[in-house]
Design a protein around this ligand. Structure first.
Ligand code: SF4
Length: 350
């Protein structure tokens, strides 16, 4: 009944209907943490720019990050790029055809491997993403949070047991679509659900209570102070080291404020520690709040004048003096883009 429903209710997406493993891989990586509507234009641009694994492997990381700019979770782009290089260098340009082989590539976990293996290679491999976990938790009345390791194992087992032989790709996509459009997190549309007759949560009226939620700790918060250091019409930007959060992206120098330190002193210290440059700290012109997956930040951005020193990449990978109109050429994280927008905005009157 699920496959019959899928035949008429499949969501239209640009990567659907293509068995090209590279296209499936790119789409699945983009869809981790991001909605279909947001992903679609990025996917189309990415495929135009890097149409196959060879083109991606040959590309500069800077170009890959620039094409990814705004999509967030940049380690996904860095891993895609690194994996493409491995495929070309070590695997004759062939994307591995097994879940085990796929999982050896950077950034490919069990879910993405299952999606590529089933959708692109037609293998009988399951997937378990948030949508699938929700549907299965409800249908099988799983009362513990899907993120708990034992529950996750059980859900993976269920996802595998249910696969109709030879049609895993279709079946996996059908489950994902059902979770995204019918068996939604809130107010699932059980009335139109093709599998309502076998759904145990529905039978017990528990569909809104499942899946059980994990207890979440509040996200830690950091205060960050950054400086827009100017010298003769140019601004000093630096590039983050390749590893870690936002690795390889460009930003304004700055960092976490220490206890008891003024914001201005923090900017001055951070610019000096990061780049070996002394700066006179002026007015604060923007306050930007941003949430990452594991913490939140409030960024205070200050205008600064260059004082002395020769920039050196001390706590960054590279640095550049650039004119503000050149900012568009560099990949900045979303919070820095908002600082750039504040720089371009006319000063508030009054
Ligand atoms: Fe989800 Fe309702 Fe369908 Fe059960 S009947 S799978 S809760 S939409």
């Amino acid at each position: 009944m699920l496959l019959a429903w899928f035949a008429t209710h499949e969501r239209q997406m640009p990567w659907r209907g293509s068995p090209d493993p590279y296209a499936v891989w790119v789409s699945e990586v983009m869809l981790q943490q991001t909605q279909v509507a947001t992903v679609t234009p990025y996917y189309e641009r990415f495929l135009r720019r890097f149409p196959d694994v060879g083109a991606l492997a040959r590309a500069r990381l800077d170009d890959v990050l620039k094409t990814w700019e705004g999509l967030g979770y940049y380690s996904r782009a860095r891993n895609l790029h690194a994996a493409a290089k491995t495929i070309v260098a070590d695997l004759d340009g062939e994307i591995p055809r097994t879940v085990e082989g796929l999982c050896e590539l950077p950034g490919i976990g069990r879910y993405t491997a299952g999606a590529i293996a089933s959708i692109a290679f037609g293998l009988d491999e399951p997937v378990l993403d948030g949508n699938v976990a929700r549907v299965l938790s409800r249908v099988f009345l799983v009362r513990t949070p899907p993120k708990e390791p034992r529950t996750a194992t059980r859900l993976w087992d269920l996802a595998r047991e249910l696969l109709p032989k030879g049609r895993a790709g279709e079946f996996n996509q059908a489950l994902m679509d059902l979770g995204a459009t019918v068996c939604t997190p809130r107010k699932p549309a059980c009335i139109v659900c093709p599998i309502a007759p076998v759904c145990r949560a529905r039978a017990k009226g528990l569909q809104d209570a499942l899946p059980a939620k994990s207890r979440r700790k509040p996200l830690p918060h950091h205060e960050i102070c950054v400086g827009v250091v100017r010298k003769k019409g140019r601004v000093l930007i630096d590039r983050r080291k390749p590893e870690g959060l936002l690795g390889g992206l460009w930003e304004f120098p700055g960092g976490k404020r220490r206890k008891g330190e003024s914001r201005e002193a923090c900017v001055r210290r951070e610019v000096l520690e990061e780049l070996g440059v002394r700066a006179r700290v002026g007015e604060r012109f923007a306050v930007v709040r941003h949430a990452y997956s594991h913490f939140r930040v409030t960024i205070h951005a200050f205008e600064c004048e260059f004082e002395s020193g020769r920039p050196r990449a001390i706590r960054c990978a590279a640095w550049k003096w650039v004119r503000p109109r050149e900012f568009v050429r560099f990949a900045f994280p979303a919070a820095n883009r908002r600082i750039i927008a504040a720089l371009a905005a006319p000063p508030a009157s009054g």
